[in-house]
Design a protein. Structure first.
Ligand SMILES: *Cc1c(COP(=O)(O)O)cnc(C)c1O
Ligand SMILES: [Zn+2]
Length: 408
């Protein structure tokens, strides 16, 4: 059964065939996957979904492949954790962590988008995949393309964290570090993508790739018992994830799987790279690009491709946005670890730091359900914590030394 009709321009609505295209040739708007929702509605029930494997392909009719899924067969369906200790620490009644720090196989939410992108790239007949990445996408493309036996070229800014470089190299891709920031890497890759016949997951495969992010929204609703929460806080880099969580909830509601959501969506960024948050605070309709300077490197995109759609997601749901300093990011990483036992990367520190701020400001009421999207794993960004988490107690291997050092 085929549920995808083709691609459609987000701006002018022009229809395109199912091909590795991403931009409208008439208005330069981004293309989006166009589904046959009538057909999906007949097929996709709660029971059907629940009878399937615990991975993102349980929603396969809402994902843009025509055949069977071939990649990311264990990706997605990450835990949604009721965070009792954090509720107490923040003074709220009902708080959940959507924990993609344990996504399979590469420990970030990017495993979802790559699962879809590689399945689609294979349908298109590509043998080489590539990406421009702030780190996590590099890890996931390298890992999943290795399994798929695809040739893989990865482009990242040269100043990336060691954990993200190592966590890419281990899968033996061709890793290219570019002396520049992500926005420069991305511009270079757009040029390469027009010249070489590769599937650039976040460039020419982007319309398909981005759909993988909807599964975060589906899972949150399903795991809450087929119900949308009142508030969701989402970290933003290019602004795709936040847009797609919103789309996912709207689709679930249109298909009758949940009631019409009353969810407010909040954008979270680091103060050192907050073009989306700034536009929301200033009530601007365009995004002013910035030059990133933050420890949250995975979110360091100064010119976000989906920025205006991120603004729309926030405004249409009557949410808001906040940013946090590098110090606040570190404090939030530590808070999540000591309350819930979850070690997140800098992006997770941004999200939780922003959640805390919005609660303190009264923007998020203390008695309504809140979901905080934790999107990556702390073992990859260890340098952010160096010198900030204390030291172990060093002793000699005898009881006297133990008692001498521990007593005090
Ligand atoms: C890529 C990324 C995001 C944000 O993704 P966008 O869709 O580009 O906004 C959030 N968190 C982490 C850890 C990421 O790697
Ligand atoms: Zn168009």
């Amino acid at each position: 059964m085929i549920y995808v009709k083709g691609l459609k321009c987000r701006e002018c609505g022009r229809i395109y065939p199912k091909e590795p295209l991403y931009v409208c040739e008439y208005c330069f708007g981004p293309l989006e996957v166009d589904y046959d929702y009538e057909k999906i509605k007949k097929k996709l029930t709660k029971e059907t979904i629940q009878s399937r494997g615990r991975n993102l392909w349980r929603y396969k009719e809402l994902l843009p492949i025509d055949g069977e899924a071939t990649d990311g067969l264990n990706s997605g369906f990450t835990p949604l954790i009721r965070a009792k200790n954090l509720e107490k620490a923040l003074g709220v009644r009902e708080l959940y962590i959507k924990d993609d720090s344990v996504n399979h196989p590469s420990l970030s939410f990017k495993d979802r988008v790559v699962a879809v992108a590689l399945s689609k790239a294979k349908e298109f007949g590509f043998h080489t995949v590539a990406c421009a990445s702030t780190g996590n996408l590099a890890n996931s493309v390298a890992a999943q393309a290795a399994v798929a036996g695809l040739k893989r070229y990865i482009f990242v800014p040269a100043d990336l964290e060691r954990g993200k470089i190592l966590g890419t190299l281990i899968y033996k891709p061709i890793l290219v570090t570019v002396e520049g920031n992500y926005d420069q890497v991305n511009r270079l890759c757009s040029e390469i993508a027009t010249k070489y016949k590769w599937a650039f997951v976040n460039i020419n495969i982007r319309p398909y790739y981005a759909e993988g992010s909807k599964t975060v929204g589906y899972e949150i609703a399903e795991q809450l018992g087929w119900k949308a929460p009142r508030h969701i806080i989402v970290p933003c880099a290019g602004g795709s994830l936040i847009t797609k969580i919103y789309k996912g909830l709207k689709e679930f509601s249109a298909l009758g799987l949940i009631d019409k959501p009353e969810t407010k969506i909040y954008a979270a960024q680091a103060t050192g790279c907050a073009p989306i948050v700034t536009a929301i605070k200033e009530n601007a309709t365009i995004i002013k690009p910035v030059k990133p300077d933050t420890i949250a490197k995975s979110l360091a995109i100064g010119n976000p491709a989906d920025g205006v759609y991120a603004l729309a997601a926030v405004r249409e749901t009557r949410g808001w946005a906040e940013d946090v300093s590098d110090n606040e990011i570190v404090e939030a990483i530590k808070l999540l670890a000591r309350t819930e036992g979850i070690f997140t990367e800098t992006a997770g520190g941004v999200t939780l730091g922003v959640a805390k701020k919005l609660i303190e400001q009264g923007k998020i009421p203390r008695d309504e359900s809140v979901v905080v999207c934790i999107t990556g794993n702390g073992l990859k960004t260890q340098e952010a914590l160096l010198g900030k988490i204390g030291n172990p107690i060093k002793i000699k291997p005898n009881i006297a030394s133990f008692e001498e050092n521990i007593r005090q």
